[in-house]
Design a protein around this ligand. Structure first.
Ligand SMILES: C[S@@+](CC[C@H](N)C(=O)[O-])C[C@H]1O[C@@H](n2cnc3c(N)ncnc32)[C@H](O)[C@@H]1O
Ligand code: SF4
Ligand code: SF4
Length: 355
């Protein structure tokens, strides 16, 4: 863990989450990025190539291509092929264009694809669309030796179909399943599609994560719940994640060229709050991506994710292995970068009790 945060020499962008377009061929009802077929295409091909050159000169070891829908870009294969060997590349996609766009030459360049599936046909199609094509493409990817993960965005609309979805994904041969808490962002700003019973939902998610493992899925990720006890500590605690290290080792590149220390800041309504508080750095200003680490925005996030303990976490039994929540979410909730984890009742209760 770094000690001197004014000295950025220990920090380096190793992971880049690149929202390479805001545009999308679907119009999911709850879309956090408010994507549509008319949304911002993102950088021009020339700008994108300049960004790839910068990545190739840097220490970046992992690039997550996301959006919007990354496969909607005409130059996506070119961009992937230009990344230097050794960089792990993933694509987060709705899966519709997978077979059409992924040519054989890129199979080995890609570490994995992550495809969103929200339930059986009727549920998936009512929230997202294109179920039959997505499943066909998922099977095609597995057959062609591409590592496939899947993300299920959980809301009260699909929670009762979770077991059916997990069984289907496992039978196709996905290697990772992410259980992703739905959030009030983008087209779901007013929380029209919400979790309903938070605790009851978590219990079902945990049961289904166990089921997935028993059906041969290698890895499950529960994203957005904090309900840990001491016995939940991972057996390989030395490798456990103590913080997200946003602003230290990670950056997100928004479709408009903004460089952000935390991925939660890319969403329009959150981004509006960031630009009120900070001068947001743009990728066009830098030749060396690590220069962004010296900006106030990155420095403040680095302090929050590596140095200070969020309010309410002091003395918690899970301190050794909990990531302590997203600092961007605490910031966006007006609680400050060191504020309590907005999804942890334990930290919120403690803070409320003190207040
Ligand atoms: C914004 S999409 C971009 C990548 C790609 N278009 C896709 O749908 O997978 C990334 C992930 O965010 C999820 N997502 C979208 N809106 C969300 C929301 N309001 N809350 C939580 N996750 C959301 C999607 O289901 C998807 O798994
Ligand atoms: S969630 Fe993904 S597929 Fe759906 S509209 Fe948003 S960017 Fe497109
Ligand atoms: S109080 Fe803090 S450390 Fe404990 S579970 Fe909640 S967020 Fe994690």
């Amino acid at each position: 863990m770094p000690t001197d945060l004014d000295d950025v020499s220990e920090a380096s962008v190793l992971t880049l989450i690149w929202h390479i377009t805001k545009r999308c061929n679907l119009l999911c009802k709850y879309c956090s990025t408010n994507s549509s077929i008319k949304a911002d295409y993102g950088p021009s091909h020339a700008e994108a190539k300049r960004i790839v050159d910068m990545i190739n000169r840097s220490e970046v070891a992992y690039v997550s291509l996301i959006g919007g829908e990354p496969l909607i870009r005409e130059d996506i294969i070119d961009i992937i092929m230009q990344m230097k060997d050794g960089i792990a590349i993933s694509i987060d996609t709705n899966g519709i264009l997978l077979q059409e766009k992924l040519k054989r030459e890129v199979y080995n360049k890609i570490d994995h694809v992550n495809i969103s599936v929200d339930g059986p046909s009727s549920i998936h199609n009512s929230m997202r669309g294109g179920y039959a094509k997505v499943i066909e493409n998922m099977k095609w990817a597995v057959k062609n030796g591409i590592r496939v993960g899947s993300t299920i965005t959980i809301s009260e609309y699909n929670i009762d179909y979770l077991e059916q979805t997990v069984r289907e994904l496992a039978s196709i041969g996905v290697q990772t399943i992410g259980f992703n808490r739905i959030r009030g962002l983008g087209r779901n700003l007013k929380d029209m599609y919400s979790l309903g019973d938070d605790q009851g939902t978590l219990e079902k998610v945990k049961e289904n994560a166990k089921l997935a493992k028993s059906l041969g899925v290698n890895k499950t990720i529960i994203n957005g719940w904090y309900d840990y006890e001491e016995e939940d500590a991972p057996s390989d605690l030395e490798d456990a994640k103590l913080s997200c290290y946003c602003g230290m080792y990670r950056a997100s590149l928004r479709w408009d060229g903004s460089l952000l220390p935390c991925n939660f800041l890319v969403y329009d309504n959150i981004y509006e709050k960031v630009i009120k508080a900070y001068r947001v750095p743009k990728v066009s200003e830098f030749n060396d991506i690590d220069e962004v680490l010296e900006t106030d925005l990155f420095t403040d996030f680095r302090k929050a994710t590596t140095e200070t303990l969020p309010e309410g976490c002091d003395g918690c039994v899970a301190l050794k292995f909990c990531s302590r929540g997203c600092r961007g979410e605490s910031f966006a909730a007006g609680l400050g970068l060191d504020g309590p984890n907005v999804h942890c009742n334990r930290s919120l209760q403690k803070v409320n009790a003190i207040a």
